[in-house]
Design a protein around this ligand. Structure first.
Ligand code: PLP
Length: 366
């Protein structure tokens, strides 16, 4: 492995900040009609928002999104003057905090709009906000009825400066899904009923749906972190993470002996089992039990037995050279994130955001 782990580390997560910046620039090049934000919620998808956000800012990014107010507060000093939007909406009692720290709420209901309007009245000045229109996700966002109410009574938005009107695509990664076009049309129709404002539509995959889905502000997260925005086609993004783990022990297991909790794997031949210090407490999914793999020197070592909390076991029988102290690749060129997600029966987002806190994190390309 190219990474030189520090003494004592038993697993190293390498995060390539340079690749994140390259990905942001390539998304910006694909979205010339408008700006491109950096979505850094969930600690920048598990990779460290305190490193990622200032790096994107230095590269010219001026719009950021988190999910929670607390996440935005932590980043506020790191991205001075940039828009910092909170996707999950405005909770009653937090209005003053948003205003005091110049954080932009994403308002998704008439109740949230009323809270922000009242804050603007207290402030005696117009306050910026993003309006979120629901066009099919049915989680957050203004409904058709809400938009009709706003259209019928312009006083409801009094004191609110619309920074953007946004919506969120349900199936942007499925290029042929008619839902994409339906959401786009629905958004156009609903946004047209509101006061004129810049628009924000595409997430990562939305940027790849073509110019009809371009808007004043795209909101990619996943693609920045190397997740393939066009599943089923080659990944246009640069990979960002590598995860390697040190072999703690290699032991001989006789035919008939079992490995791990509940003896879900049994040797059928004289076998060599390699154990690493990564388990489900580190976000290595338990669903990989008897399914996943690790790689050593270009060779595949099947994961055998249950993934346990702190340890995982691999069949190294075919790799006689492997010894204690060697390093296995869990995520990297031999085993991309997508392969791990597929083996675990989940998506790349879940693997990334679950990556644990016990890894030695090495940020490169800064
Ligand atoms: C998470 C999120 C995004 C980013 O989506 P990706 O698929 O990660 O690019 C954009 N907009 C909203 C509203 C989100 O919740």
């Amino acid at each position: 492995m190219s990474t030189r782990p520090a003494d004592g580390a038993s697993a190293v997560l390498e995060i390539d900040l340079g690749a994140i910046l390259a990905n942001w620039r390539s998304l910006a090049a694909r979205h010339p009609a408008g700006a491109v934000a950096g979505v850094v919620k969930a600690d920048a998808y598990g990779l460290g928002a305190k490193e990622v956000a200032p790096a994107l800012y230095a590269a010219g990014c001026r719009h950021f999104f988190t999910a929670h107010l607390e996440e935005a507060l932590a980043l506020r000093p790191l991205v001075p003057g940039a828009m910092l939007g909170v996707l999950n909406g405005l909770l009653a009692g937090t209005e003053h905090c948003y205003r005091a720290h110049a954080i932009t709420p994403v308002l998704g209901s008439l109740g949230e709009i009323a809270l922000w309007r009242a804050e603007a009245t207290r402030a005696g000045t117009a306050l910026e906000a993003i309006l979120h229109i629901d066009t099919g996700m049915s989680r957050l966002g203004l409904t058709d009825t809400d938009v009709a109410a706003l259209a019928a009574d312009s006083s409801l938005l009094e004191g609110i400066a619309l920074r953007y009107v946004m919506t969120h695509l349900v199936s942007a990664e499925c290029q042929g899904d008619p839902l994409n076009e339906r959401q786009r049309e629905r958004f156009d129709a609903l946004a047209a009923r509101l006061p004129p404002a810049p628009r924000s539509v595409a997430n990562s995959s939305g940027i790849f749906l073509g110019p009809r889905f371009a808007s004043d502000l795209a909101r990619p997260g996943a693609a920045l972190y190397g997740i393939n925005p066009t599943p089923g086609r080659p990944n246009p993004m640069r990979p960002v993470v590598k995860l390697i783990a040190c072999v703690l022990a290699v032991r001989a297991v006789r035919p008939g002996e079992s490995v791990g909790y509940n003896a879900t794997w049994r040797a059928v031949r004289p076998s060599r089992i390699a154990t690493i210090a990564v388990g489900y407490a580190d976000g290595w999914p338990r669903g990989l039990s008897n399914r996943g793999a690790a790689f050593f020197d270009g060779g595949r070592l099947p994961l055998v037995g249950r993934v346990s909390m702190d340890l995982t076991t691999y069949d190294a029988t075919e790799r006689p050279a492997l010894a204690t102290g060697d390093w296995l690749e869990l995520i990297g060129p031999a085993q991309p994130l997508a392969a791990v997600a597929e083996a675990a029966g989940t998506n790349e987002y879940e693997i990334l955001t679950a990556l644990g806190r016990r890894y030695q994190r090495v940020v490169i390309g800064a």
